[in-house]
Design a protein around this ligand. Sequence first.
Ligand SMILES: C[S@@+](CC[C@H](N)C(=O)[O-])C[C@H]1O[C@@H](n2cnc3c(N)ncnc32)[C@H](O)[C@@H]1O
Length: 216
Amino acid sequence: MRAMPDITDPEIEQYAADHTSPEPALLTELAQATRDFSSWHQMMVGRLEGRFLKMLVAAVGAQRVLEIGTFTGYSALSMAEALGADGRLITCELNPEHAAMARSYIARSAYADKIEVRVGPALETMRSLDGEFDFVFIDADKPSYLAYYEAVVPMLAPGGLIAVDNVFQARRVLDAAEENENVVAMRRFNDRVLADERVESVMVPIRDGVTLIRRV
Ligand SMILES: C[S@@+](CC[C@H](N)C(=O)[O-])C[C@H]1O[C@@H](n2cnc3c(N)ncnc32)[C@H](O)[C@@H]1O
């Protein structure tokens, strides 16, 4: 059987990245530091998806952003670039080492006063949050995606957008016999969103797949 690529199409992905606005130097440094820090560095959204997230936050005009899954802070810092003067971003992370690395780069950025890293299980953190969010990025443990989604839909401001990462699971969602817990959870999540009459959604084949969701 042919080995499956971990992203949709590496060559076209690279071409797209090469024809996308550059990331700031601090993010290039963070990306390299993340590759040195963790063998799981592919969890980081990287340049193309990072610029995509910034574009979405800008397009929505988001003032309040919630991220579920900080890792080393690359996506949080990407989205923060598009926040207005009063914009705020809360990012949830379970792993204290990941949070510490993210905080160290956030502190060096121009967005230290806009980004707050909350350490702990995201569902618990979310229960403590007040108000509405204009943009939510879901990018943490896959078996909890449905729970994150159900918690987040009522918190979405009018005109707000949810972006959900890794909806392709390295193409494995195509294999109906696949029993991996993350893949099973993601197939269930993808089907649930499609059937949810509260929202409309678009599944975008960028990197490992990003679904954009808005309330109707
Ligand atoms: C895919 S990575 C996030 C990548 C990040 N958005 C980026 O682009 O750099 C997922 C992160 O979610 C964290 N995580 C896993 N389970 C979690 C939970 N229950 N609550 C909060 N964070 C969790 C992991 O420790 C990991 O850092």
